[in-house]
Design a protein around this ligand. Sequence first.
Ligand code: UDP
Ligand code: MG
Length: 157
Amino acid sequence: METTLVLVKPDGVQRHLVGRILARFEEKGLQVVGLRMMCIPEATLRVHYAAHKGKPFYEGLIAYMSSGPVVAVAIRGPRAIGVVRTLMGKTFGHEAAPGTIRGDLGLSGSFNLVHGSDSPEAAKAELALYFKPEDLCEWRPLDLDAILDPRDAGDHK
Ligand code: UDP
Ligand code: MG
């Protein structure tokens, strides 16, 4: 099982899309193990987006992500990191496929509603930026045996 970080970005909160965005992950069968609304301090954003430092959109990205509250979500499931990225769709809303969160709900390149970690290393580092270990809940969804085939180890990666 993987655990990954999702952020409903400030535009998602301002547009009252938090419930609909979280529903996409829940409907897929992924499990919410941590949830928190917060205004991200600028220093934290500069750590989170360090890989983009120097790019033309970097300062705008920091300003956008500082512009209002976000909802940080720790999401768990088999192959959760890749599954979340697939559900999000391509970075720019105008390029993202219909059926994805970005493809269905947005048009903008920069205001793209949602963040998801892109690798196991990023997920570990990003989860630590927003959640203390004790803030993550260990629980077993009652419908897990209907979502994942209990006899198929590949289902439980
Ligand atoms: N971004 C932007 N302009 C660009 C590329 C990215 O404003 O040309 C913003 C956008 O909000 C994106 C974030 O910077 O989600 C991080 O970029 P990345 O390439 O990591 O995209 P993601 O992983 O979010 O799809
Ligand atoms: Mg990224």
